[in-house]
Design a protein around this ligand. Structure first.
Ligand code: ADP
Length: 266
């Protein structure tokens, strides 16, 4: 609590009273702390790839350039780490945009079947590399009002996680269905999207935290698959911008299920 006292007076000697201003700064402090934690996290995440680029470039300059094979592998690392920096910065900018709620959504009628088939198509190559089967279960002619690009972004993020965290030969499934809230017999007013995989799963203790920015169950694994640790926080914000909800169910060694519900109309 911050307390400010100031005299209220007509002239120097003649006091009319005292103005007391009580300022609750807890919320401000909390915000300030969250912001500085975020900056610390971001700096830490950016430092790792920059250190790699710098280190390998230095070694090349110091003479490693003369051995062609070594030089090539070092340059590959520099290239990969630059890509990683690019992805990180892209995700950080995206997150700060969706967090500040500065992005106005462009709602329009979306034919789900077409949009989702398109998302699966985008992920086909990644899935094929790991012999992962992709399946879409969606009724034909199902429409909803959504921001098409953002909805695509949500689905691609979750499908991509599904593929990343599922071993070879597994399966990633996207199921879509209309659901009605409230009593039975009511007309559907929401769409439920369920993205499930037969992957490594998420330990119970980590489940409540996976939507936090930069939170990763296994840092090394996330890094090696190109993860930034920001995907799920971006997804959660995009879902909330659509007035929707997201939850997760998972079992280690069996698989994970992300369930999103969005209103049909806005
Ligand atoms: P990342 O870029 O690390 O994938 P995300 O924000 O997308 O970051 O996810 C956060 C963490 O949640 C991941 O690092 C991973 O540990 C866990 N996770 C997300 N999706 C899945 C999934 N389908 N299966 C298992 N773990 C997952």
């Amino acid at each position: 609590l911050e307390i400010n006292l100031s005299p209220i007076s007509e002239t120097e000697e003649d006091w009319a009273g005292v103005l007391i201003v009580l300022h609750d700064i807890t919320a401000m402090r909390r915000l300030e702390r969250m912001r500085s934690e975020f900056v610390a996290n971001v700096s830490h995440e950016l430092k790792t790839p920059i250190a790699a680029v710098k280190g390998f470039a230095e070694t090349l300059l110091a003479g490693a350039l003369n051995d062609k094979e070594t030089a090539k592998s070092f340059l590959q690392i520099i290239f990969d780490e630059s890509e990683r920096l690019n992805r990180l910065i892209g995700d950080i900018l995206e997150l700060s945009k969706v967090e500040s709620k500065r992005i106005p959504l462009q709602f329009s009628p979306v034919l789900l079947n077409t949009l989702l088939a398109n998302c699966l198509n985008v992920m086909k190559t990644e899935a094929k590399k790991k012999l992962i089967e992709l399946e879409l279960i969606a009724p034909e002619d199902l429409y909803m009002e959504a921001d098409e690009d953002r909805l695509r972004q949500i689905m691609i993020n979750l499908l991509s996680n599904g593929i990343n965290y599922t071993p070879e030969g597994g399966k990633v499934k996207l199921k879509v269905e209309p659901v009605a809230s409230g009593s039975e017999g009511k007309e559907a007013d929401r769409i439920r999207f369920t993205i499930s995989d037969t992957g490594i799963g998420i330990p119970k203790k980590d489940l409540p935290r996976i939507f936090e920015r930069f939170y990763r169950v296994d840092k090394a694994r996330s890094r090696s698959s190109g993860g930034t640790g920001l995907g799920l926080s971006i997804v959660k914000h995009l879902v909330e911008l659509h007035q929707g909800t997201i939850r997760v169910e998972s079992e280690v060694g069996i698989g994970s299920k992300f369930i999103i519900e969005l209103p049909i109309l806005h």
